[in-house]
Design a protein around this ligand. Structure first.
Ligand code: BDP
Length: 326
């Protein structure tokens, strides 16, 4: 009797909340790997404020910076299953879970950051976003992560300079193939371990953009940053698909709007702070070398593309779209 009554009451309450369009207040956790001083940290804080405002507190967002909720592959899994709601993810570590996301991890696939955004804003981006959402990681907005270049204890000007070097990469077989194709020894490793590994000589080098190179102190334990710009990998503000889809259309629009605004803010910050990060590390003693001719690096990637497309022939369509995007 009691059970029946409470079930009825619950039913009535649900019906009422549906009628009024009221969803229960939710607490959302956001994973961010970066620390204070990185553009993404400020942008994710902005995202939290915007969601709190736009949903009038119905969704309360708390951001956990510095990767305290786990490494990036772990956090991706957590967002995929809904244990964490949102993450600022790099698409590199998403590739092993969602094949379509691997488009952006093919070395030199994009001509520039604006080119990368044009590809993401077109059909290829739609295909990638759908596949990611299908895997539980729905991209609400794309953000800028510039280009990644090598840093080590010596300048790198040609693939030959990579020969024999142990280079840390993010978790993705495309990156190990990329380093091997240059004659180096790839070493996949969590971001949080890289500074110590560089310091103790466990690895000879790594690769990243200027803001991340600076923010986690990799510049303190290396001497040269060589502008190979071999990868232009975007990032996303991504949400667990089921949790997002369970929201009312109004709340979905509010969350998406907040992510889009935070992403624009991130891109503005990035434009200024990536140049500043370069200046800061140079001031601290890092020698930055331009690589006048990148074609030897690009040519060395022929085999990476060949092997990858032979194993993943269905990725050719995305590669063709990216290459034919002006
Ligand atoms: C940074 C990305 C971050 C990655 C890190 C890495 O923003 O998501 O985890 O590189 O190299 O630039 O692991």
């Amino acid at each position: 009797m009691y059970q029946k009554l409470s079930a009825k009451l619950l039913g009535a309450a649900t019906a009422l909340s549906l009628m009024c369009g009221v969803a229960a207040a939710a607490d959302w956790r956001v994973w961010n790997i970066h620390h204070d001083g990185h553009p993404n940290t400020a942008a994710m804080d902005r995202f939290a404020e915007l969601v709190n405002e736009a949903t009038k507190g119905e969704i309360k967002v708390q951001v956990f910076h510095g990767g305290v909720l786990g490494s990036q592959p772990d956090a991706l899994e957590q967002v995929r299953i809904g244990a964490i709601e949102v993450g600022n993810f790099n698409l590199g570590p998403i590739g092993p879970m969602v094949k379509e996301a691997n488009l952006v991890s093919l070395p030199f696939i994009f001509k520039s950051v604006p080119h990368m955004f044009r590809v993401l804003d077109g059909e290829a981006g739609d295909i990638m976003a759908k596949a990611m959402a299908g895997a539980g990681i729905l991209p609400l907005a794309w953000i800028d992560a510039g280009a990644r270049s090598f840093y080590s204890q010596k300048p790198i000007n040609t693939p030959d300079d990579v020969k024999g070097l142990k280079i840390r990469v993010m978790n993705n077989n495309l990156y190990t193939a990329m380093i091997s194709a240059m004659g180096g020894n790839p070493s996949p490793m969590a971001f949080s371990e890289v500074q110590q590994a560089l310091k103790t000589g466990v690895v000879d080098g790594a690769e990243n953009n200027f803001p991340s190179f600076k923010n986690v102190g990799h510049y303190e334990v290396t001497t040269h940053y060589s502008l190979s710009e071999h990868l232009i990998i975007p990032e996303c503000i991504c949400v667990n698909t089921k949790k997002f889809e369970a929201l009312s259309p109004e709340l979905q629009a509010a969350v998406r709007g907040a992510a889009e605004k935070a992403a624009l803010y991130q891109r503005e910050l990035w434009a200024v702070q990536s140049g500043q990060a370069r200046k800061d590390v140079e001031k601290a003693g890092i020698k930055v070398n331009e690589i006048a001719d990148k074609s030897p690096f690009q040519n060395a990637m022929g085999k990476v593309y060949e092997d990858y497309l032979a194993a993943n022939p269905d990725m050719r369509k995305l590669v063709d779209i990216a290459k034919s995007t002006k």
